[in-house]
Design a binder for this molecule. Structure first.
Ligand code: CDP
Length: 783
C-alpha cells in the first residue's frame, strides 16, 4: 500500500515472544523498554509552519538513505481512507496532513527505519514545499467574520465550533439588574500542558501470520483505545491487544489517540514488523493534548451584606485546530457548569463558545474533571473580587455564602446534585491551621512598613467520578468501570480492573478495598490493570474517576464473593445462612464465635467441598454504574511575600484541607495532594504554552516551560475533614485532582491580595516575576 524498500515489503512473522509476559503492567516496564526481534523505528516529520498549504512532498532522498524502510505521507493514508481520524469529541483530525497544515509541529509524514538515528536523519531529508497562509492564534480574532476560515473541510464556513449554555438566563439577568453590588472579573486560564514524566509512544506489532495486532501503548484508557483502533482501522477487536504498561504519568495527556500511534500501526501492518514510535519532549509539549485555554468572564451580583444572588459566566474556549477535547459526549465544555462552586447562588447562567485557531489540538482534562479546574479558578477569583468590592474579609464572605451542610444533597442552579459537603468545617480547620487572624494582623503591620504580604483563600468544590451511564459516555461508550476478583484455593487472590494507574498507587489501594470487604490481607492480593486481554472492560483512569467508579466496582465484586462465601460457610458449619455473622476474615455462628470458618478455609472449600449443586470457584466480576458523581471539596490558604526589587513571589506557607470522604490510604492521599499542589504551583507561577503572531510555539521545551523543582516547592501543610459520599459503596470520593483544581486560585488570590491596596484586582497566570515587577513599576513602588 505504501512505498517500502524492496527487501522488507510485507514480510511477516509469528514468533510469540517471552517479553509479552514480562511487560504486563506492574513489572516496572515502560513502553520505551519494549524491545522485540526485528523491531524498527518511526519518526514523525512535522510542519515548521502554523498555517500553510502543502504544495509538494518529495520523499526520494529520504528513501535512498540506507536503512530506511518506508515513508508514509498524508496522500498515502488518504488512499487507504485513513488520512483523517475521529477525535474523542464530535470532530475529526488529520493523521498526516493533506492539503494544508493547521498548526506548528503538525504531523506531515512518517519515516520508518532500522534504527532511530537513521529515522531522524531521513526525516530531515523529506522535502516539503509550503505556501504560508495567514495565522490565527487569538480566539477573539478567529471569530471575526473577516478572518480566514481555518477548517476548509467543514461544511460550516466559520471558525466557531459550538455554543453551549446552561442555567436560567432571564432569571439571572433579572437578579443581576436588581442587585446592589456587582463584581466582575475577566480571567484567562492559560494554555498549559500536563508534561508527564514520560512522553507518549507505542510499539505496534502486527503478526501477519495470525493477523493479530499487539500495541504497547501509553494509554490511560486501554479498552476504549482498543475499540477505537478496531472501529477506525477495521481490525476485528478480538485480534487487537492493547497493553499499557507503566506509562510515566498521564494527567489526561494520554487519553487521546495521537497520529504517531496510528502511523506506527499502519507501518507495522505494511511492513509486517514491530514499529516503535516514541516522541521527544518538544514533540510532546508542542503537539499533544494541551489543557485549559479558557478565556472567561464572571459577574456576581450580591446584596449589600454580601449575600450572593446570581452568577453569570461567559467563556471563549480555544480548541486549536481540531476539537480533540477528551470529555463526555454530552458536555462540550466538560463539567464547567460546576462554576457556582461551594456557594448557594439562587440563580446562575453559563455560556461557552468553542473556537478554532492555528494551535495544537487538545483540551484534555489535565489532572482535572473536564474543565472543573477552570470553573473552580473562576469562581474563587470572582469571590475575592466581590470581597474587595464589599471591603469585606474573603474568608467571612465565603462562610456567609457556603451551601449550608443541612442543604445536602444540594441541587445547584446549573443542574448538578452535590452528594454531600460540610464546607464550613474545612474552612474553619484551614483558618485555624493557618492562624488566620494573626496573619491578617501581620499583613496590616507589614503594609504600614511598605512590605508586600498576601493571603489567598480558595474553597473549591470538585465533581468527580464520571460517570452515571444515563448522562456520561465517551465516544458512545457508557462510563461504567469494572473489577474482576478471583480467589485462589489457598485464599490468595488476583483482581483486575478496567482502570489504569499511572502512579496513583492503585496496586496498593484497590487490594485494600478487597481486604476491608473480605478480610484477605492486601499483601495476598495481586492487582493488574492495563492489559485488554485480561482485564474486564473499563473506561480507564483520568478525572479522578478510579475510586468513585472502579473503587465502587471493587467493593461490589467483593460483596458478590462474600454472598457465595456465606453459602459455603453455612454448608461447612452445618448452620443456616441466617444464623451466620460476619467479621472481616471469617463467618461464625451467632453466639458461638469459636464455630467459625475463615475466608481462606471457605476459598479452599470452593474448590474441594461445595454444597450440593453449587458451581465451583470463588470469583466475581462487577461493572459499576455510579448513581451520581462525587463532590470532594476543600479549603486552601496560601501566604506569599513579594520582593519589591525583583517581583519574585515567595510562597511562605500553604495550608491545604481536603475532604474526599472516607480515605482508603492516608499516605497515598497525602502523596496525591503534594503532587497536585506542586503542579498547581507550576501553573500559577511558571507555565504557559504561548504562540507568537506567526504561530510559533513558545514553551515547547523545558527551558521555556518550567517544572517546579524542590527549590521552588514550599512545605505543604495538610489537614483533612471527612464527609462520606452517601451513595458510594465505601463512602469514598476521588482526590487525585483536587489539589490541582483548588490551588491555582489560592496562589493568585494571595498575590492579588498582596497588591490589592494598590488597586490591583486581577493578574493572569502565570504570575512571573517580570509580570509582578511591571505592576510594581506602574504603581511606582518597585524597589
Ligand atoms: O482516578 P485516579 O486514580 O487518578 O484518582 P483517585 O480516584 O482520586 O485516586 C487516587 C489515589 O488515591 C488512588 O490510589 C485511590 O485509591 C486513593 N484514594 C484513597 O485512598 N482514598 C480516597 N477517598 C480517594 C482516593
Amino acid at each position: 500500500m505504501f512505498k517500502t524498500s524492496p527487501e522488507v515489503g510485507g514480510m511477516g512473522h509469528s514468533v510469540k515472544r517471552k517479553e509479552d509476559a514480562r511487560l504486563i503492567q506492574g513489572k516496572g516496564h515502560y513502553v520505551d523498554d519494549v524491545h522485540l526481534p526485528r523491531m524498527v523505528y518511526g519518526q514523525v516529520v512535522r510542519s515548521p509552519y502554523a498555517h500553510a498549504r502543502l504544495k509538494s512532498i518529495n520523499i526520494e532522498n529520504a528513501m535512498k538513505l540506507p536503512g530506511v524502510l518506508a515513508v508514509i505521507t498524508g496522500e498515502d493514508l488518504a488512499r487507504a481512507g485513513l488520512a483523517w481520524m475521529p477525535t474523542l469529541f464530535h470532530d475529526k483530525q488529520m493523521v498526516l496532513a493533506t492539503g494544508k497544515v493547521l498548526y506548528q509541529a503538525q504531523e506531515v509524514a512518517f519515516v520508518v527505519a532500522e534504527d532511530q538515528y537513521t529515522a531522524a536523519d531521513a526525516a530531515e531529508l523529506v522535502e516539503v514545499e509550503y505556501e504560508e497562509l495567514p495565522v490565527l492564534v487569538d480566539p477573539h480574532k478567529a471569530l471575526d467574520p473577516a478572518s480566514p476560515i481555518l477548517r476548509e473541510d467543514r461544511e460550516e464556513k466559520s471558525n466557531h465550533i459550538f455554543h453551549w449554555e446552561v442555567g436560567d438566563k432571564q432569571a439571572t439577568r433579572k437578579s443581576m439588574d436588581n442587585a446592589a453590588v456587582h463584581a466582575k472579573v475577566h480571567a484567562v486560564f492559560q494554555r498549559c500542558h500536563p508534561a508527564p514524566l514520560e512522553t507518549c509512544g507505542c510499539v505496534a506489532d502486527y503478526d501477519t501470520v495470525n493477523k493479530h495486532l499487539t500495541i504497547w501503548l501509553t494509554s490511560q484508557a486501554p479498552h476504549a483505545h482498543r475499540t477505537l483502533f478496531s472501529i477506525v482501522g477495521g481490525i476485528p477487536e478480538h485480534n487487537i491487544r492493547v497493553i499499557s504498561p507503566d506509562i510515566g504519568g498521564g494527567f489526561g495527556n494520554k487519553v487521546p489517540i495521537y497520529p504517531g500511534y496510528v502511523c506506527a500501526v499502519v507501518a507495522s501492518l505494511t511492513l509486517g514488523r514491530p514499529v516503535k514510535w516514541i516522541e521527544t519532549r518538544s514533540e510532546n509539549l508542542q503537539s499533544t493534548g494541551f489543557a485549559r485555554d479558557y478565556h472567561m468572564t464572571a459577574e456576581i451580583a450580591a446584596d449589600k451584606d454580601g449575600t450572593v444572588k446570581a452568577l453569570s459566566v461567559q467563556t471563549l474556549a480555544d480548541h486549536g485546530a481540531f476539537n480533540a477535547a477528551a470529555q463526555p459526549t454530552k458536555f462540550p465544555a466538560g463539567l464547567f457548569s460546576i462554576c457556582t462552586g461551594s456557594y448557594d447562588f439562587p440563580n446562575s447562567f453559563c455560556e461557552v463558545d468553542g473556537v478554532y485557531t492555528n494551535k495544537a489540538p487538545g483540551g484534555i482534562a489535565y489532572r482535572c474533571s473536564f474543565r472543573v479546574t477552570e470553573a473552580a479558578y473562576l469562581i474563587e477569583r470572582a469571590m475575592d473580587v466581590l470581597a474587595m468590592e464589599l471591603k469585606t474579609d474573603p474568608a467571612e464572605l465565603r462562610l456567609k455564602n457556603f451551601i449550608p451542610p443541612d442543604k445536602f444533597p444540594y441541587q445547584s442552579p446549573l443542574g448538578w446534585t452535590y452528594d454531600s459537603g460540610d464546607y464550613p468545617a474545612a474552612m474553619n480547620l484551614a483558618l485555624k491551621m493557618a492562624g488566620y487572624q494573626e496573619l491578617r494582623k501581620e499583613q496590616a503591620e507589614k503594609r504600614k512598613n511598605g512590605e508586600l504580604m498576601g493571603i489567598g483563600i480558595s474553597s473549591f468544590t470538585e465533581i468527580v467520578g464520571a460517570g452515571p451511564a444515563h448522562t456520561f459516555d465517551i465516544a458512545g461508550i457508557k462510563m461504567f468501570d469494572s473489577c474482576e476478583i478471583r480467589i485462589h484455593p489457598t485464599g490468595k487472590a488476583i483482581a483486575r480492573l478496567g482502570t489504569k494507574s499511572q502512579g496513583q498507587g492503585h496496586e496498593t489501594t484497590f487490594p485494600q478495598i478487597i481486604a476491608q470487604e473480605l478480610g484477605i490481607p492486601a499483601a495476598d492480593i495481586t492487582l493488574e490493570e492495563g492489559d485488554t486481554d485480561t482485564a474486564p472492560y473499563g473506561l480507564g483512569t483520568y478525572a479522578s474517576r478510579s475510586t468513585p467508579v472502579a473503587g465502587g466496582a471493587t467493593a461490589m465484586a467483593s460483596r458478590k464473593i462474600l454472598a457465595k462465601a456465606k453459602k459455603i460457610a453455612a454448608h461447612l458449619l452445618e448452620a443456616s445462612e441466617a444464623d451466620l455473622e460476619w467479621e472481616p476474615g471469617k463467618f461464625y455462628v451467632k453466639g458461638s464465635p469459636s464455630k467459625a470458618k475463615t475466608i481462606q478455609e471457605i476459598a479452599f472449600a470452593a474448590y474441594t467441598n461445595l454444597p450440593e449443586g453449587m458451581e465451583a470457584g470463588l470469583e466475581a466480576v462487577h461493572y459499576y454504574d455510579p448513581p451520581n458523581l462525587t463532590f470532594p471539596f476543600g479549603t486552601y490558604i496560601c501566604v506569599v511575600d513579594i520582593d519589591k526589587g525583583t517581583g519574585e513571589v515567595k510562597v511562605r506557607r500553604f495550608i491545604a484541607v481536603d475532604d474526599c470522604g472516607n480515605i482508603i490510604n492516608p499516605m497515598i492521599v497525602e502523596g496525591q495532594i503534594h503532587g497536585g499542589l506542586t503542579e498547581g504551583l507550576g501553573i500559577a507561577f511558571m507555565q504557559l504554552i504561548d504562540y507568537d503572531e506567526s504561530g510559533n510555539v513558545q514553551g515547547g521545551n523545558f527551558m521555556d516551560y518550567l517544572i517546579p523543582t524542590a527549590m521552588e516547592t514550599p512545605h505543604w501543610e495538610t489537614g483533612k475533614t471527612c464527609t462520606p459520599s452517601p451513595h458510594h459503596p465505601i463512602g469514598a470520593k476521588g482526590v487525585g485532582e483536587s489539589p490541582n483544581v483548588g490551588s491555582p486560585a489560592a496562589f493568585v488570590n494571595a498575590v492579588v491580595d498582596a497588591l490589592s491596596h494598590l488597586g490591583v484586582r486581577h493578574i493572569d497566570m502565570p504570575i512571573t516575576p517580570w509580570k509582578v515587577w511591571q505592576i510594581l513599576q506602574e504603581k511606582g513602588i518597585a524597589g
